[in-house]
Design a protein around this ligand. Structure first.
Ligand code: ZN
Ligand code: ZN
Length: 283
């Protein structure tokens, strides 16, 4: 009974509602909020923005819209289960609701989370591709979609989803962040998850203001070509980790510098979808 105590009473602990539950709610809510405009855009695919589409083919809307919603639900449910099971340990982490740090501490903390998460994600993602079992049984789910739109961002195996979410929490746990700072970071991380799958490289995407980010095109080429471009968000890592860029992605950047539209480059590069499963099969 004493051993089971922390589990039996977890739901009576206000910190349980403030930390894991509120964080999951914010995470899911912001993902959906960021995904809605990009998904609507992909759905209607208005003529005026078709020239900004990264791949010269239709979105896989019919096959993967509802499966994406389904997996968003089941993946978050799996994460909730893990958080409940590990609650006695999570309670011990130094994440807190004490005094809010000054903005000049918050900004470096957030930058640390972004760069550390992206670095770890690069290696985890590369391992998902190098380990045959993980690739076949886990990561291949996310790769069923070759031409993604916003809502597809969390379409993945629950093991990959939980590993990605845990990676995200590592930075805040390491430095003992304030919970509100964790929430700011969660919002940014979900922005990353949606933007990388947007499917369009639109000049007025606010993400282009970010200095070290190239926009959705970086991760889009990972889906189109399967090998290379392993970081989650920041394209600089592939350069330093043995030049793991997708070759066509570098050609794309050159074409863009020369003033070509994404669609013109896609036609020139023939960014075609390799043969793939097109249904959401149980894993
Ligand atoms: Zn991958
Ligand atoms: Zn992806």
């Amino acid at each position: 009974m004493t051993l089971l105590g922390p589990w039996l009473n977890f739901y009576q602990d206000p910190w349980f509602w403030q930390f894991p539950i509120a964080t999951i709610a914010i995470s899911t809510g912001t993902f959906v909020a960021f995904a809605i405009p990009w998904t609507l855009l992909a759905w209607f695919n208005p003529k005026a923005i078709q020239k900004y589409k990264i791949q010269d083919k239709e979105f896989e809307f019919k096959q993967f819209f509802w499966p994406s919603i389904g997996r968003l639900f089941t993946n978050n449910l799996a994460m909730l289960g893990i958080l409940i099971l590990s609650w006695p340990l999570i309670k011990l982490t130094p994440i807190h609701m004490g005094e809010m740090p000054a903005w000049y501490f918050i900004i470096p903390q957030i930058l640390f989370f972004i760069f550390m998460d992206d670095f770890l994600y690069y290696w985890m993602h590369r391992y998902f591709h190098e380990n045959k079992w993980l690739l076949k049984n886990v990561h291949s789910v996310h790769h069923r979609i070759r031409n993604t739109c916003g809502i597809n961002g969390n379409y993945m195996h629950w093991i990959e989803f939980c590993a990605t979410a845990s990676l995200m929490l590592l930075g805040p746990v390491l430095i003992g962040a304030h919970l509100y700072v964790v929430w700011i970071w969660v919002v940014i991380r979900q922005f990353e998850a949606v933007d990388g799958h947007a499917g369009y490289d639109i000049p007025w995407n606010p993400a282009h203001w970010l200095p070290v980010y190239e926009g959705p095109v970086y991760h889009d080429f990972h889906h189109a070509k399967f090998k290379g471009n392993y970081a989650g968000f920041l394209p600089y890592l592939d350069r330093f980790m043995g030049n793991t860029y997708v070759a066509d992605y570098l050609s794309y950047l050159k074409g863009k510098k020369n003033g070509l539209t994404p669609l013109a480059i896609a036609k020139a590069l023939k960014v075609k979808r390799p043969a793939a499963k097109t249904t959401d099969q149980a894993t």
